[in-house]
Write a protein that binds this ligand. Structure first.
Ligand code: HXC
Length: 510
C-alpha cells in the first residue's frame, strides 16, 4: 500500500514540475509566473481541484513518442474566488511552449463543458506558442473544438481570458470569442501572424510589441479590455471583476453587504456642470460619486475614451454603467464609442445586469473618416443593443442630449424604464447655433438678429422641460440626489418582466 501511495506522490511531483527546473527558471527570468503559480494567485487558497493531471499526448511523429510530459502543457480544474465556483485552465509554457495538442484541447474542452453544465464561469490563462507543430491537423481540430465550445458558452456563462505570454495564430481566436480579454504589459502579445511573416508578406517592419502588445490591443484594436503591470496585478484584478459578475445567465447579480448609505447626498454634483455649455467636466467623477464605496471597474479604459463603460454596485448589487465622457471629443458618439458601448450593453443584457446610462452627448462625430468607416452601421449597433435589452434600465441626462445621439442613449422610446434629467439638461434636435443657421439662412449676415434668434432657441429648447412636458423624461431631479433616485429606481424595477416575439436569433448590424 505504501508503495502505491508513494507512486501517486512521485507521479504528482513529476507532473507539477511541468517542463522541468530549467524551463521554470527561464519563465521566472522573464518576470512571468508559472501556470500553477498563476492559479495559486487567482483562486482562493487551497480551493483548486485539478483534473487530468496525468493526461499525455498521443503524437507518434517527430520523435514525440519518446517523451510524455504529464498534463500535456495545460492545467485544468476548478476552484473558488471569494467562495464562488469558477472553472479554469492555465497553459504551461514550460511544456512545448504551452502549444495546443489534441489532448491539450480535450482537457480545455472538458472544463468548458463542465462549466456550462454546472453554471459557473470559466477563466482561461493563455501562454502558448499556438498549434503544436508536431501534431499538424489534429491540433487544428482541437482548436476548433475549443472555439465551438466558446460559442456555445457565449451568453450562458461568463468567459474571461487572460493573456500572459505569446498568443499567436489559432491561440488568439479562443480569447477573441470570450467576454473579456486582459493582457500583461511587456510580456504578452496577440497576433494572427508574427513580425517575420508580416515583413515577408507586406514588407512592414514592426516589433512584436507594436504589432500585438498590450498597448496596441487596449488602445488601438480594442481586442483587449484592459492591461496590467504584471501577472499578479492582472490576476488580482480578474478576481475583482469576478466579484461583479453573475455565475451564469440565470443566477442573477451577486449581492454583497454594503456600507455606503443609498440615500447619501452629493451636494458637489449641483455645481459639477460648468456655466459654459462647451466646457467639459469629468463624467467619471459622477460615476464614482454615485456608486457604492466609489468602486468602479472600468472596461476598455484606454479605448474610445469618449464613452465610459464598466461595473459599479448600488445597494450591494451590480449595475453596468455607460456614460458619455465630455472630456474627450466633447462626449460625441463615433464608430469606436458605439462599438465599445454596444458590446458592453449586450454583455450586461445577456447576464441580467441592470443598465445605468449617463448622458451628455452633443451628437455623432461628423466627417468623412466616420462616414467612410461606416458610422451608420456602427452607431446602429448601439441603437440595436439598447433596443433589444430587456434588463432594468435607468437613464440620467446631465447636460446635452442632441439629435440621433439622444435617440441612441437609452431614451424611453428605446425601452428605458426610468428616465431622469438634471435641470441643466438640454434635449433638442441640435444645438441652438446649428439650428438657427439652418432655419434662418437668409439672415446670416445680420449678426444681431442671429444672436437674438440663437438666444430664443436656447431659451426654448436648451432645457429638460419640453421633454418632461411630453413625458419623455419621468422627472427632473436635483443632481445631489442622483444616487438616491437611481438606487430607488433600480429597486422598483426588480420585478421587471418583458416578453419578446419568438425568433431564431436577431440580425445585429455586424
Ligand atoms: C511545439 C513549440 C511551439 C509549437 C514553441 N514551442 N512553440 N513546440 N509547437 N507551436 C517550443 C519550442 O520548441 C521550445 O521548446 C519551447 O516551446 C519554447 O519556445 P522558444 O521558441 O524557445 O521560446 P521563445 O523564444 O520565448 O518564443 C516563443 C514563441 C516561439 C514566440 C511562441 O516559440 C514561436 O514563434 N513558436 C511558434 C509559433 C507558431 O508559429 N505557432 C503556430 C501558429 S499557427 P524547448 O524544448 O526548446 O523548450 C496556428 C494555427 C492554428 O496556431 C489555427 C487554428 C484556427
Amino acid at each position: 500500500m505504501q508503495d502505491i501511495i508513494q507512486e501517486l506522490e512521485d507521479r504528482r511531483a513529476a507532473a507539477r514540475m511541468g517542463g522541468g527546473e530549467r524551463r521554470i527558471d527561464a519563465q521566472h527570468k522573464k518576470g512571468k509566473l508559472t501556470a500553477r503559480e498563476r492559479l495559486d494567485v487567482l483562486l482562493d487558497e487551497g480551493s483548486f481541484e485539478e483534473f487530468d493531471m496525468f493526461v499525455t499526448h498521443k503524437c507518434q511523429d517527430f520523435g514525440m513518442d519518446a517523451e510524455h510530459i504529464p498534463g500535456d502543457g495545460v492545467i485544468t480544474g476548478w476552484g473558488t474566488i471569494n467562495g464562488r465556483v469558477t472553472y479554469v485552465y492555465s497553459q504551461d509554457f514550460t511544456v512545448y511552449g504551452g502549444s495546443l495538442s489534441e489532448t491539450h484541447a480535450k482537457k480545455i474542452c472538458k472544463v468548458q463543458e463542465m462549466a456550462m453544465r454546472n453554471g459557473a464561469p470559466i477563466i482561461g490563462i493563455n501562454d502558448s506558442g499556438g498549434a503544436r507543430i508536431q501534431e499538424g491537423v489534429a491540433s487544428l481540430a482541437g482548436y476548433t473544438s475549443v472555439f465551438q465550445n466558446n460559442i456555445k458558452a457565449s451568453g450562458v456563462i461568463p468567459q474571461i481570458s487572460v493573456i500572459m505570454g505569446p498568443c499567436a495564430g489559432g491561440a488568439v481566436y479562443s480569447p477573441a470569442l470570450t467576454d473579456f480579454v486582459f493582457m500583461v504589459r511587456d510580456s504578452s502579445y496577440m497576433f494572427l501572424t508574427g513580425p517575420d511573416v508580416v515583413k515577408t508578406v507586406t514588407n512592414e517592419v514592426v516589433t512584436a510589441e507594436e504589432l500585438g502588445g498590450a498597448k496596441t490591443h487596449t488602445a488601438k484594436s480594442s481586442v483587449a479590455d484592459g492591461s496590467f503591470e504584471n501577472d499578479i496585478d492582472a490576476l488580482m484584478e480578474v478576481r475583482r471583476l469576478f466579484d461583479f459578475l453573475p455565475l451564469n445567465n440565470q443566477a442573477g447579480c451577486p449581492e454583497r453587504p454594503f456600507f455606503d448609505d443609498p440615500k447619501r447626498k452629493e451636494p458637489s454634483l449641483d455645481t459639477i456642470i460648468p456655466s459654459n455649455a462647451n466646457t467639459p467636466y469629468d463624467m467619471k467623477e459622477l460615476v464614482l460619486k454615485l456608486s457604492d464605496e466609489s468602486d468602479f471597474y472600468e472596461i476598455q479604459e484606454d479605448f474610445a475614451k469618449n464613452i465610459l463603460t464598466g461595473f459599479i454596485r448600488l445597494e450591494g448589487s451590480t449595475v453596468g454603467v455607460i456614460a458619455n465622457q465630455p472630456m474627450v471629443l466633447a462626449g460625441c458618439l463615433d464608430i469606436n464609442a458605439s462599438r465599445k458601448a454596444a458590446r458592453f450593453v449586450r454583455f450586461c443584457d445577456a447576464f441580467d445586469i441592470p443598465l445605468l446610462t449617463l448622458v451628455d452627448v452633443p451628437g455623432f462625430l461628423p466627417g468623412t473618416a466616420q462616414e467612410y468607416g461606416g458610422v451608420i452601421k456602427h452607431g446602429a449597433k448601439l441603437l440595436y443593443a439598447y433596443g433589444e435589452a430587456t434588463v432594468p434600465r435607468v437613464t440620467v441626462i446631465t447636460r446635452k442630449a442632441y439629435g440621433g445621439a439622444y435617440c441612441v442613449m437609452s431614451p424611453k422610446h428605446l425601452g428605458g424604464d426610468i428616465n431622469y434629467a438634471w435641470p441643466t439638461a438640454e434635449i433638442a434636435v441640435m444645438g441652438a447655433k446649428g439650428a438657427v443657421e439652418i432655419l434662418h439662412r437668409s439672415d446670416l449676415g445680420d449678426a444681431e438678429k442671429i444672436a437674438a434668434l440663437t438666444q430664443d432657441y436656447e431659451d426654448r429648447f436648451a432645457n429638460p422641460f419640453v421633454a418632461a412636458e411630453n413625458g419623455f423624461i419621468d422627472e427632473v431631479i436635483m443632481p445631489q440626489n442622483t444616487r438616491m433616485r437611481v438606487a430607488r429606481a433600480f429597486a422598483s424595477l426588480k420585478g421587471k418582466e418583458v416578453t419578446t416575439p419568438w425568433r431564431k436569433h436577431d440580425n445585429l448590424p455586424l
